[in-house]
Structures are given as C-alpha cells and as structure tokens.
Design a protein around this ligand. Structure first.
Ligand code: N01
Length: 542
C-alpha cells in the first residue's frame, strides 16, 4: 500500500488530555486536521486531574496560569484566589473542553501502551491499553513533564495492612483521613502543600523527611474584583509580556518568589545589619532577594544560612529546627516550593517528624513503618515522592521509531532531542514541552500556546507541500544538545550537591542530565521561528 492510500483513524493523534492536549486538539482541529486525543485518565485535566490531594494548588498567579488565546474566555472566567487550588483549575480545564466542544474527539480511559512507526506507510500505529489499534500520520505527545509517578520500593511495602496512596494518583472518591494515623513521605512541592492540610484532618501525622526543603510562604489570598479587573483591563499587555519573557511570566503579583527583587543586590557585600533588616522585612524570602546567590556558591551558602535562621526563629524545638533546616545543597537547585504554614505545622503536638538522615527506614510491616529507632504505627501511608520527570512519561511508553529503535533505549544516557520538539529516528512525532525545551521552567499555558502554534504551523507546511515524512537530522539534534548543556553551565541545577528531578538525581539509576534549556523561552521561540522561516532547517522532509 502506498503512503497515500493507507487507512488512517486520524491525521494527528495527540497523547494526553491535559493542558497541552486540550489546546493542541483545539488548534489542530481548527486548522482542518482530523484529531483523536488518547487519555489514560477518566477525565480531562492531566496533572490537575490526578493531583487532587488535600492542599493541591498552583503556585503561579491564576491570571497568568491560564490560556490567553481567547480574550472572551479570559474576561469571563473568574479566579477566586491569587494561586488557584486544584478543584478550580480542574473546573477551568473542563470548561475549556466544553466551551470548545473538545470532548467528542477525546477518548478517556484509553492509555497508550505502545506506539510504532510504520516505515512503509509513514504512519504511527498506536496500541492502547484497552486493546484497540489506531493509526495516524503524525503524533503529538502532550504527556507532561511531571506525570510519571515515582514511588520508592521499600522492603515489605506490599505487606502494609493500611491504605497506601500517592499524591499524584489521589483517588477521585477521596481518602478517609479524619482521626487516623497518617504517614507522609516526601516534602517537595506536593508534600509541603499537603502536610499542613493533612495535619488538620489526621488524628496524628508522621512526616518522613529525607531532605529538608527550602519553602517560601505563598502569600496566597482571595483575589478581589478590583485586583482581577485591573489585570483583565490590560490582559493583552500581560500576555504579550508573558509570551516574550524568558519564563512566560508577567509578575502580576509582584511577589519575590521566582524573581530576584533587585538584580544589583549582592549578599557577599552585605552587612549583618542589612541581612537582619532583610529577615525582618521578607522573612523566609530574605534568602531569595540577593542576585549573586543564583550563580555563586559562596553567596548561595550565605543565603542558605539566612533561611536556616528563619527556621530557627519559627520552630520551637531546636533539635526539630535543625532537622527541618536544609543542608548540603544550594537554594535554587530544586524548584522553589511555596507553602501555607508548612513550618508552623511542626510546632503542633499531633505532628511528628522522622528525620530519615538520622533515623533511616528499615522496612514496612503490616502495622506501619519501621525505622532504626522503632515502629511508627500507621493507618494510611501517603507517598509524595515525586516523578520520573521530564522524560519519564515518554520512556514509559513502548515507543518504537525507525528500525524498531526503542525510545527508552535511545535515552538511557538521558533524553536527546532537537529543541524538545522532535527526536532523530522517530519521524512524524512531535512533543509539546519535551525534554530539551525550556520545559517545566516556563509558565505552562502560554508556553503551550507558543509550542502548539509552532507545531500546527509545521503540520500546515507539511500538508501544503504534500509531505508525509519529517525527521530531525542527527547533526541538528547533537548541536542542540550541546547548546542545552552549555546554557546550564554555572547554574545551581548542575551543582554537584544538587539532586533534583530537574537533573534526574531524584531517581536511583536515572541518567544524571539536565534536559532543560536554560536560555529562556524568548530566545528559544526566536530560534524556533528562525527554523520555520528557513523551511524548517534541521529537519529532513520528504
Ligand atoms: O516531588 P519532588 P513533588 N525516601 O521530587 C522525597 C510540581 N508541583 O511531587 O529531596 C524518602 O519535588 C524527596 O526527597 P529528596 C513542581 O514543579 C507543583 O513534591 O529526593 N523520601 C522529596 O522530598 C515540583 O517541583 C506544585 O531527598 C523520598 C520528595 O519525596 C514538582 O511538581 C505542587 C524518597 C519528592 O519531591 C515535583 O514535586 C506539586 C525515598 N525513597 C508539584 N524518594 C505547585 O504548583 C523521594 N523522596 C505548587
């Protein structure tokens, strides 16, 4: 059968019905493509479907963590808080699915088990977990950067008689926590958000901590009509700023969390009095206001000390304060964490911290978790232990490109892509916010809009030129990987003491690579537009 007469179920199959997949479906369909979206979950929303644990909330201002493609939607949708909680974002994404009539083309509870590129027909064949087989010319992966859950495999874990739950797979029907003995493992963004809420619900909460967290008060509050109207009145300007900025932000809240207040402020040149004033004015955020701490490890160490001082001032018990004080890794190597009363929660009588550095895990038994000092009896054990991030959602699919090459084998030493959009030897496959792009660093909705727009233009170009095969040239891919590596030099993400999901250091045996372009979204998109203007330089098309 020739490439043109093969039977296709769709022109484009999109994997995932989170933010990326929903928007991709809308745009591709408007461009005239027949699209099917395959989604493992029972509902749309991706991250915001799965992560429904108590306290789950976004830490980007709601008015920025939303789509800008439709000014009417922007004006009509009312956000209730500066930082929206999970139910509100899930509602927003369901509203988008309904408003643009996306549901007919989305197949829920249809995970992708395998994908194979058929070289004879230039098509992708999908095998779903429900046993169906589907074929499309192109595929676009909207599988997310933080969507492949990771759970440690502690000895005896299967013997636990209570309930085991993961924050990133939280059951829709909820979990009974009231009055029960609850344990939680992990204190990254998920754990830090969940811990204060769990403490309010549980009879007793035990927190198993391996690494103390740098976390900053979110300063979340209800969004007043006046605040919302002010931003909505200049939304085009806010969006333009987001689309053109390195991290897709417009800093509408003015919070000193992800940005440095004053680029000239240097902690290495500060006096003790200036640091004390910073603590009085900014509290925990005093550790984030010095520009030199982002690039200089000595400056960073001084900022860390300011943070530890704030922990000591907040926690009543000095030994507990010491356990909760981050050590041995710099600020900025892990993603900033935002909290609502995290440290204060540990002053409660019904909350216990188990510092796994001093008191390691021995095993899990039916009654609970045994550490070197004894048994912690539990009814519920919650894992907030993160994700096989950036590449995991892709490598967990049995994805075979040319000559049967398996993606997870190709990426055993870390993902290699061309600008996160495509992979050599995996023709006709595009990724949204893939490894090697600015990825998880930029605010997702505007970032997704830019990337989906670029892919849609490329698909239009291929169809207009009657091409059925597009593939990245390996030299272009290698050059890009070298550029990603060069852009990371000197950043805290690559500091030898840094183990985080950004660099694969959170998963035992995972390649230690930073598959994120630190050059900024503005430069990244300028480069992508140049490629397009040059007939998609770096791609071989026929
Ligand atoms: O995952 P994490 P997360 N034994 O990897 C610990 C986004 N997000 O789900 O540091 C004991 O950050 C691990 O310890 P260590 C956001 O981008 C956003 O919390 O590896 N502990 C760590 O404490 C975020 O960065 C929002 O030593 C173990 C924790 O588990 C990203 O998702 C909310 C362990 C994992 O932290 C990931 O956050 C939630 C083990 N064997 C998530 N293995 C917001 O918008 C792991 N840990 C606010």
């Amino acid at each position: 059968m020739g490439t043109n007469d093969v039977m296709l179920d769709a022109d484009v199959i999109v994997v995932g019905a989170g933010m990326s997949g929903l928007y991709a479906l809308k745009v591709f369909r408007e461009r005239g493509f027949r699209v099917i979206v395959l989604e493992r979950a029972a509902g749309v929303g991706g991250t915001w479907f799965w992560n429904r644990y108590p306290g789950a909330r976004c830490d980007i201002p709601s008015l920025e963590y939303s789509f800008g493609f439709d000014p009417e939607l922007e004006q009509e949708w009312e956000w209730s808080e500066h930082f929206a909680a999970q139910p509100e974002i899930e509602r927003y994404l369901n509203h988008i699915a309904d408003r643009y009539d996306l549901r007919p083309d989305i197949r829920l509870e249809t995970g992708v088990a395998a994908m194979t590129f058929d070289e004879k027909t230039d098509t992708w064949v999908f095998d779903t977990e429900t046993g169906e087989q589907l074929r499309s010319r192109f595929c676009v992966m909207g599988t997310g950067g933080l969507s492949a859950p990771h759970r440690p495999d502690w000895p005896g874990i299967d013997t636990f008689a209570g309930e085991i739950v993961q924050t990133s797979l939280w059951p829709e029907e909820g979990v009974a926590l009231e009055g029960r003995r609850v344990g939680i493992v992990g204190n990254g963004s998920s754990g830090v958000q969940a811990i204060p809420e769990l403490a309010k619900m549980a009879g007793h909460l035990t927190v198993f901590q391996r690494t103390a967290a740098f976390t900053w008060p979110s300063q979340n509050k209800p969004l007043t009509d006046k605040e919302q109207d002010e931003i909505k009145s200049r939304y085009r300007e806010v969006r333009a700023q987001q689309y053109a900025s390195p991290l897709a932000t417009a800093n509408t809240t003015g919070a000193v969390i992800f940005t440095i207040a004053d680029p000239n402020k240097r902690i290495l040149e500060s006096t003790p009095e200036e640091r004390e004033t910073a603590l009085a004015e900014h509290g925990f955020s005093a550790a984030r206001i010095w520009a030199d701490s982002a690039k200089d490890l000595d400056a960073n160490a001084m900022a860390v000390e300011l943070f530890r001082e704030m922990v000591r001032r907040t926690i009543n018990d000095p030994e507990l304060a010491d356990s909760l004080s981050p050590k041995d890794y710099p600020i900025g190597c892990k993603r900033p964490v935002l909290d609502n009363g995290y440290f204060e929660t540990f002053n409660r009588d019904d909350v216990t911290l188990v510092d796994l550095r001093k008191d390691p895990i021995v095993e899990v038994v039916p009654e609970g978790v045994v550490t070197s000092t004894g048994l912690q009896e539990l009814d519920v054990l919650i894992f907030a232990t993160g994700f096989d991030a950036v590449s995991g959602a892709l490598t967990r699919i049995d994805m075979r490109g040319k000559s049967g090459r398996l993606l997870c084998d190709e990426w055993v030493d870390g993902p290699r892509t061309f600008m996160g959009f495509a992979v050599a030897d995996f023709p006709n496959m595009f990724m949204i916010i893939g490894p090697g792009s600015v990825g998880v660093l930029a605010t997702y909705p505007p970032h997704i809009e830019l990337q989906v727009g670029w892919i849609a233009d490329f698909l239009d170009y291929l169809v207009a030129n009657e091409k059925t095969h597009v593939e990245v040239e390996s030299e272009a891919q290698e050059e890009w990987c070298a550029e990603v590596e060069a852009a990371a030099v000197g950043s805290m993400f690559t500091a030898p003491s840094c183990n985080s999901w950004y660099n694969g250091g959170n998963i035992e045996g995972k390649a230690r690579v930073l598959p994120i372009y630190l050059g900024g979204l503005d430069r990244f998109m300028a480069r992508a537009r140049d490629l397009a203007a040059n007939d998609y330089e770096g791609f071989s098309i026929h």
